[in-house]
Design a protein around this ligand. Structure first.
Ligand SMILES: Nc1ncnc2c1ncn2[C@@H]1O[C@H](COP(=O)(O)OP(=O)(O)O)[C@@H](O)[C@H]1O
Ligand SMILES: N[C@@H](CC(=O)OP(=O)(O)O)C(=O)O
Length: 418
């Protein structure tokens, strides 16, 4: 059986949904599980909606109307008036109406997951209805009953035993009869609340299903020809990798190559399932295959750019050395606030860490750290990682930039620049 994952870019409009149907049809005769993300930039819009609700902003209804209009305009290009999918989508949006009717409470992450998840619940209903209209037999599965997580909202931790049991109990029989369509990015708690697996987590969903079902392969259908040595949004003159080892793919995603979610590779590597990254605009193109025994060929360094970085400089209030005890306290605060450290350095009097910026988490982090330490920070920075770098490539990437922090080892160079 095959697992396909279609991300937001592939279903950003009606043409995308039609194309998705054609891609799946071209694999007729295979058992296929299709994981779908929210359409286009819907998750970002739902994040704005969540913030507007929590802060009780005036533009709350306007943001919600725009999200609904965007989906209804896609629906009206695909389905005749009166098709049952209009009601299905409307009923799904009603869940947001219910959520925002009440006064917001304190648990931002919980509210976030209940609202933001609607993007995938809507997109899968639309894709499933499109398959059926096109004569492709399919069933839409509510992933929240299959991917079981703890209640770490916004970063649900998968309970693999429970998840495997649920998936193996039902999904193979369903795949005998039809295509199965399900939501990426979402999970469910034992109390039946919705969780999300972390931004861009739909790739991970595909790899969870593939691992549990012993899939032949996973294909993620993207708006790029495959995995390139750098993000084409920032660099011209990129090259595509025909194949990559699991190890290299894990390293690339760990450093922030956003083409694949970092948690995706491990479940596939563990079960030796290949991951194909292919362009949805040209399904017969080879793309990139990540597989056991792949030979990496780096004719150019791999460049990974992470924007919106903050450099935090933490020191004691009384000029004492930064000791292991201080570091342990600092890391405790990072862990509590789910802050990932991308790069760090210590000196006698200070500890410096480069972290991702997230408004709500950063405010809390800063407040907690300031209870025990002096904290200074620089924001709006960029972290660039070069894998398989050369001295000249490092010079070129930093030319004309202010380098605030730099670290190199045999394989990898990292610079924080302004
Ligand atoms: N090394 C890379 N190779 C290819 N694409 C990359 C790379 N690094 C970042 N990207 C970005 O990843 C995007 C595709 O991933 P993503 O946006 O997550 O797709 P989707 O959400 O549709 O699954 C591309 O549009 C590209 O800008
Ligand atoms: N919709 C979610 C999950 C996801 O994986 O999306 P995409 O496949 O479009 O990156 C997000 O934007 O975070």
């Amino acid at each position: 059986m095959l697992v396909f994952k279609f991300g937001g870019a592939s279903v950003k409009d009606a043409a995308g949904v039609i194309n998705l149907g054609k891609v799946v049809n071209s694999y007729a005769g295979n058992k296929i599980l299709v994981v779908v993300s929210a359409m286009g930039k819907t998750t970002n819009a739902l994040e704005r909606l969540t913030t507007a609700y929590v802060n009780q902003q005036d533009d709350l209804n306007q943001i919600f109307d725009e999200i609904k209009e965007y989906h209804y305009s896609i629906l009206s290009s695909l389905f005749a008036p009166g098709h049952s999918v209009y009601d299905e989508v409307a009923n799904t949006f009603v869940e947001i109406d219910w959520a925002i009717e009440d006064e917001p409470h304190d648990d931002f992450d919980f509210i976030y997951d209940q609202i933001v998840s609607i993007g995938e619940l809507v997109s899968t209903r639309i894709v499933n209805a499109w398959f059926n209209q096109e004569g492709i037999a399919s069933k839409c599965l509510d992933v929240r009953s299959y991917i079981h997580t703890d209640n770490t909202y916004r970063e649900g931790v998968v309970d693999w035993d429970k998840t495997r049991e649920s998936i193996q109990k039902d999904v193979p029989a369903l795949l005998e009869k039809s295509i199965v369509v399900t939501q990426g990015f979402l999970g469910g708690t034992s109390e039946n609340f919705t969780t999300t697996l972390g931004r861009e987590g739909s790739d991970y969903t595909a790899s969870i299903f593939a691992n549990c079902l012993g899939a032949e392969s996973v294909t993620t259908w993207k708006d790029v020809p495959g995995i390139l040595n750098a993000d084409p949004k920032y660099f011209t003159d990129t090259i595509k990798f025909d194949e990559l080892s699991y190890q290299e793919a894990i390293e690339m995603t760990y450093y922030g190559a956003s083409v694949i979610h970092p948690k995706t590779i491990k479940p596939l590597q563990n079960a030796k399932i290949p991951l194909l990254v292919k362009p949805f605009s040209d399904p017969s193109a080879p793309g990139t295959i990540i597989r056991e025994g792949a030979v990496n060929a780096f004719t150019k360094p791999v460049i990974i750019v992470k924007q919106k970085q903050v450099l935090l400089s933490i020191s004691t209030n009384d000029y004492s050395f930064i000791s292991e005890v201080h570091l342990s306290e600092i890391f405790g605060v990072f862990a509590e606030n789910q802050v990932k450290v991308n790069l760090m350095q210590t000196s006698a009097l200070s500890f410096t860490a480069c972290i991702d910026y997230s408004l709500d988490r950063f405010t809390k982090l800063l407040a907690t750290l300031k209870q025990s330490f002096k904290v200074k920070y620089n924001d709006e920075l960029t972290l660039i990682t070069l894998r398989h770098y050369t001295d000249s490539s490092l010079l070129e990437i930093t030319s004309g930039k202010t380098v605030l922090m730099k670290q190199t080892n045999r394989n990898t160079a990292q610079v924080v620049i302004k």
